[in-house]
Design a protein around this ligand. Structure first.
Ligand SMILES: N[C@@H](CCC(=O)N[C@@H](CS)C(=O)NCC(=O)O)C(=O)O
Length: 224
């Protein structure tokens, strides 16, 4: 048993949970998982004790006994970077690091059309799915962000800043959405999406998600 516990939603659906989960896994930080099924009667009851606003992910750090809680995906990445990685969770170069944080914050606070119209559902695949104009606009912005990162900082490896960083964890669910909704991409975008989709931890997440039985009606709720 680890001192760290990550409370996550259904792997099939919970894109916010995937971000810190992927970050911790790829940086080999050991943690336990507790899964809370989303949008069920007991969901709020299970999540509220963590001082969350009823949402997952939440990280619980019991190293000092008291169960310190961090209730936001990006804050969990920052906290574990501070505590376990000696700042290796973000690019070493100061300017690259600032850009990585800027694009992560942009992901964290935006892209609502894409998140709402192309909800994450690992079990689904929609060949030739239509792309509404507002979603296309956001996809174009994401591709511009990825191109900028790769061109300026990403030559040293397959990730946005060469080596894996918090920015890749923040954008990982986008690769899953591109695959599920058959978003046509080519060149470096395709390579980057493949890097994420072929990652062993992402494959494991998808496999487990596919085995879950709870079904959520996307039209009835906003899952982010
Ligand atoms: N900003 C939060 C968003 C978390 C979030 O919206 N989580 C969704 C699941 S992916 C959730 O818990 N939804 C349950 C609800 O809204 O009742 C974060 O980054 O952690």
């Amino acid at each position: 048993m680890s001192n760290l516990k990550l409370v996550i939603g259904n792997k099939n659906y919970s894109s916010w949970s995937l971000r810190p989960w992927f970050f911790l896994k790829n940086f080999d930080i050991s943690f336990d998982e507790e899964m809370v099924f989303l949008y069920e009667k007991k969901t709020q009851e299970k999540v509220r004790p963590y001082f969350s606003n009823g949402k997952v992910p939440v990280l619980v750090d019991s190293a000092n006994g008291e169960g310190f809680r961090v209730w936001d995906s990006l804050a969990i990445i920052e906290y574990t970077n501070d505590k376990f990685l000696n700042q290796q969770g973000w690019p070493k170069d100061m300017q690259a690091r600032a850009v990585a944080r800027a694009v992560s914050a942009e992901m964290h606070s935006g892209f609502f059309a894409l998140r709402n119209s192309f909800g994450m559902d690992c079990k689904k695949h929609f060949p030739n799915h239509p792309v509404p104009a507002d979603v296309q606009q956001e996809i174009d912005r994401i591709i511009d962000i990825w191109r900028y990162c790769k061109q300026h900082y990403g030559a040293g490896g397959p990730w946005l800043f060469g080596e894996f960083s918090g920015a890749d964890a923040m954008f990982a669910p986008i690769a899953l959405r591109f695959s599920i909704y058959d978003v046509k991409v080519s060149g470096f975008v395709n390579e980057y999406v493949d890097t994420i989709l072929h990652n062993e931890y992402i494959q494991n997440w998808i496999e487990v998600g596919k085995q879950e039985t709870q079904v959520i009606d996307f039209d009835a709720i906003d899952i982010g």
